[in-house]
Design a protein around this ligand. Sequence first.
Ligand code: SAM
Length: 350
Amino acid sequence: CKLHKILETLSQGSIPSENDIGFLLNCKEDELQPLFLLAREVQHSVYGRDVYIRGLIEFTNYCKNDCYYCGIRRGNRHAERYRLTKEDILDCCEEGYRLGFRTFVLQGGEDPFWTDALLTGLISAIKNRFPDCAVTLSVGEKSRESYRAYYAAGADRFLLRHETANGAHYRQLHPPELSGEQRKQCLFTLKEIGFQVGCGMMIGSPGQTAAHIREDLLFMKELEPHMIGIGPFIPHQETPFAHQPPGTLSQTLALLSVLRILFPHILLPATTALATICDGGRERGILAGANVVMPNLSPLSVRKKYLLYDHKAGTGAEAAEGLRELKKRMSAIGYQIVVSRGDYKAASAL
Ligand code: SAM
């Protein structure tokens, strides 16, 4: 049948046709079980049943950009803005370290307050205090010199979703001053400098087609990233996309599996957005091939303010202090959370 032909294509490392991607996007979760099974086989052969955790610190929600989908866009006058201080952030890391985190992800809007000098000072302070930990940055598009400075200060990884590889679709999602080509170039630059890099996109973003997703896969084959972050698009009421439909669980799960099979070594998070659209979304993500979860380490007082989309999950197993529950949930599906930096396993290292 059609699904088995697609599995064959994927197993050979080939990118499915637009038609086949469309087929997968239209399947119900039940129908996708053979795809999930194959993705799990690949996942187990590289990472076993280990799930890596990252402590996510959302350190600023100020942003100079005005992306049409994002709740912390500059144009959202109702967003309550905040910035954590260096001391706040080090406290988050301290608490995270105690809980067992060995990777800290510093994510924020593109906030001009955080100059390169401040950011490098922060990175080296974290690396000095926690030398056995990895620091991941997710702070958007910067110059090559800035990226070099962050790397020299000790940052290990960088997450920068490319959002969509298709130029026309990129312009549908962003104002004219932002360029998809520039964003993609940033990823190549980051890789060249030596970062482990992560790209990715939302699933079901307004205007996204199967052809666009195929272009995303082709772009990823060219970039060869170490991490890929995908999650459903979820509308935010104070954005131009307030009334657009969200991406679905089954579409996101299908693509997680496709990515695991095409990129066996990839670090692949089951994202907060996935946990937001469905209770148990994280577990379903792991069972579709994801191997990373990123609980929130931000102080409770600011967590409700980093709202990229409506009803964002931020408590229970989603939050860092809910790690025990997360461990339980993972062991209930046969996986274990490990205390380690959780670096990319290159094929040659296996
Ligand atoms: N400013 C940094 C950047 O540009 O990469 C990091 C922060 S940005 C808010 C992180 C990611 O959130 C984006 O790459 C985007 O894919 C995702 N995001 C934003 N709004 C979203 C929405 N409404 N639904 C789902 N994901 C969203």
